[in-house]
Design a protein around this ligand. Structure first.
Ligand SMILES: [Zn+2]
Length: 50
């Protein structure tokens, strides 16, 4: 289970192997993470420009 790169909260993953490019949203702070590797599962924070 990947951890949020903003607040370190574990991000629940419904599928065992999310597709590359799938976006996972942190349940605690709402930060979006893109799946960059499925084995092992790694996510990268998507930084939004405001
Ligand atoms: Zn978070």
């Amino acid at each position: 289970m990947p951890n949020c790169q903003e607040c370190k909260t574990p991000i629940p993953v419904e599928e065992d192997m999310p597709d590359l490019g799938e976006v996972l949203v942190c349940p605690a702070c709402g930060a979006e993470h893109e799946v960059i590797s499925s084995e092992p599962l790694e996510v990268e924070l998507i930084e939004e420009e405001k």
